[in-house]
Design a protein around this ligand. Sequence first.
Ligand SMILES: Cc1ncc(COP(=O)(O)O)c(C=O)c1O
Length: 410
Amino acid sequence: MTPLLPFPGPEIVMNRRASMDEPYGTTRREILNLDAGREATSTIACWPGYRPTPLIDLPGMARELDVKRILYKDESRRFGLKSFKALGGAYAVSRLLKRIVSEELRRDVSATDIAERRFEEIVAGITVTCATDGNHGRSVAWGAHTFGCRCVIFVHSRVSDARAKAISDLGARVERTSGNYDDAVRVSFEQANRHGWHLVSDTSFPGYTTIPRDVMQGYSVILEEEAKCWKEGLPTHVFVQAGVGGLAAAVCAYFWERFGRTRPHIATVEAEKAACLFESAKSGSLRTIRGELATIMAGLACGEASLLAWRILETGAHFFVTIPDATAAETMRLLARGCGGDRPIVGGESGVAGLAGLIACAGNAETRRRVGLDARSTILTIGTEGDTDPELYERIVGRSAEEVLRGSEF
Ligand SMILES: Cc1ncc(COP(=O)(O)O)c(C=O)c1O
């Protein structure tokens, strides 16, 4: 078989601690669970502009890779924010506001009360904050804008002006910090403490877990939306991209709790320059990657994994894969052209990373065998973003998202 991408096979760590027989269990259920996922789905379904995102079949690419089926859950139009992150940060803002207002009024208020801005005066006095490499901050800013609170977002030195502007366009104050994403997380934590702001971080650390748990639980809506599809047949594999690991943990937890030993094999895919989960899996405990974390996959440029996410992935993920930037860029172009007659799709740099990891693994005999891909495999991938940085997208693909979509029927 001729490989779709002209690159050597990716780096892989097989997780010896992952066992299909291990039950999901109460400790992990305290982090993420199906009941909380359904609550997130019913809350988010009531927000203005909610629509489930499409699950797209890629038969042309499946043929090229000699697998049975490839599914691509396309998050590029989620709430007009162009990424799946719209689910997590904004959901955590809504849960936070509900808790604060309930405490202040000494009675329980509902998620609908918050969505319909019934306690505007209290909410207007609250400030939320976070660090971001683009998408999470945009989601938090959108939540603040939608529910009526104030917002300050910290962007690190490598976040593009286009991504920073998309956040300030939502009414948030945007502050630049020096260093990488993990440094920006530390600044946002200090500033929140200093000013009495509420930190809505997508990453968890000792002593800070409630809000990141809400963020991750919001992501499970992606899989809840396709609950009917899983009843008809489960994927054999999921290739899911990871920054701090929140999305991958949400995906892993959902399938593990719901389907136990029949669940799909989970492969996390990271940028090779920011592979904190990969390195942690290799050494058997959480590891930090320092330095610039230079990658075009901006959403994956995280050197420190989320503690809660790791708690799930350390025994739940089956493979940890890394890919270079060139693999992501080539996959963006492949999707935009439409592979083997598939319809063209707009996928951003981090957005295509899971699919890029699959293509890289499937196209190399050795890695294909190691992850168990063959002509009977059905693989779920999540297109986590569209052209969140339109200029960069056009530079990589050679056409704008609009031009690509003109060739598509939706
Ligand atoms: C587009 C995109 N995909 C994937 C991820 C990774 O998510 P997580 O950091 O939860 O692993 C991010 C994170 O910002 C992202 O923006």
